[in-house]
Design a protein around this ligand. Structure first.
Ligand code: GLN
Length: 309
């Protein structure tokens, strides 16, 4: 997609870039440790097809936890909300995304929400299909449709790197399996989940997906209702309450838009009725959010009154 660079946005990116020095790139998935911590880019996609950007917006990164909101939309469309919410809750946790602590206290065991790893694993488990390959292919074509980009694929290297080191996620799965929340092979589920997290795109694609959520599931550029309104509403709700992990409250207070982040450094924003935002900045704060990305959003929110509250 053609995207204009914008001097004003460039200046904000340069200002925010100085914050990258206070964070660090994720390395618990070894392949993510290779990212360049000073990278920072943003793309904003408007309903009329206009797009403004700053930084190296062609650079690809993996979705990681941003994929959780997309797989949730997909599974809600596949199975309907009553079936999905039988297995995963709707409450923020206040704990880190990979925590097992609250899961053990829930009787019966049910992850608190679909944006933490335990909840996302339950959601990914519900993706329909005959094999891991088939289920992943279905999800990937949905992502391609959302981004309006049929070339989107995944990074085999990053998926493999996470698969080899995902013992904490395996632990969550075995716990959930013991409590009848999951069935089948845990390694198959981890295979599907790590591929989902390793789906790769650039800021332009991410901003386009953000736009579809901002427009209640409608893509104004292709004139297609890709996600039913009610499903888009549920997803945006989770983005506000749990999208930035255990920093979601502060994010709502300071920035005030539905957003979802991932440990590769991506942030997808959906400014209701206005535009989609895609950000990439792999230097993370201690909660796992892009440190300069949040700074940039805070500056934008103040300058352009983005808060929905
Ligand atoms: N794949 C990552 C994990 O499960 C995603 C986490 C994240 O982006 N917060 O650990």
């Amino acid at each position: 997609m053609f995207c204009q660079t914008n001097k004003e946005l460039e200046a904000l990116v340069e200002e925010a870039r100085s914050y990258t020095q206070y964070g660090k790139v994720a390395d618990y998935i070894p392949a993510l440790g290779k990212a360049n911590p000073t990278d920072l880019s943003i793309s904003i996609n408007y309903p009329d097809g206009r797009c403004v950007s700053a930084g190296d917006v062609q650079k690809k990164f993996t979705l990681q936890s941003i994929s959780k909101v997309i797989s949730l939309a997909f599974v809600l469309m596949d199975r309907g909300s009553s079936e999905v919410f039988e297995h995963v809750g709707m409450e923020p946790t206040g704990d880190p995304f990979n925590s097992i602590a609250k899961l053990e206290k829930m009787i019966p065991a049910k992850p608190l929400n679909p944006m933490i790893n335990a909840g996302a694993l339950v959601v990914t488990h519900m993706i329909k299909g005959n094999s891991v390959e088939d289920r992943f292919k279905r999800l990937l074509s949905f992502i391609q449709e959302l981004a309006n980009d049929a070339t989107i694929s995944y990074s085999e290297g990053i998926a493999q790197s996470e698969f080899e080191t995902a013992d904490l996620n395996r632990a969550l799965c075995y716990f959930l399996k013991q409590h009848n929340r999951l069935d089948g092979s845990v390694d198959d589920l981890i295979k599907l989940y790590t591929k989902q997290c390793a789906v790769e795109m650039n800021c332009l694609d991410l901003a386009h997906i953000g736009l579809v959520f901002a427009m209640n599931g409608f893509d104004p550029q292709t004139n297609k209702q890709i996600i039913p309104q009610n499903v888009a509403r549920i997803c945006k709700n989770f983005m506000v309450t749990c999208g930035m992990y255990n920093a979601s409250g502060e994010f709502a207070m300071k920035i005030g838009i539905p957003a979802k982040s991932g440990v590769a450094g991506g942030i997808m924003g959906a400014t209701p009725g206005r535009f989609g935002i895609g950000i990439f900045g792999p230097s993370l704060d201690e909660k796992g959010n892009s440190i300069a990305g949040i700074q940039l959003l805070e500056m934008l929110s103040k300058k352009y009154s983005l808060s929905m509250f």
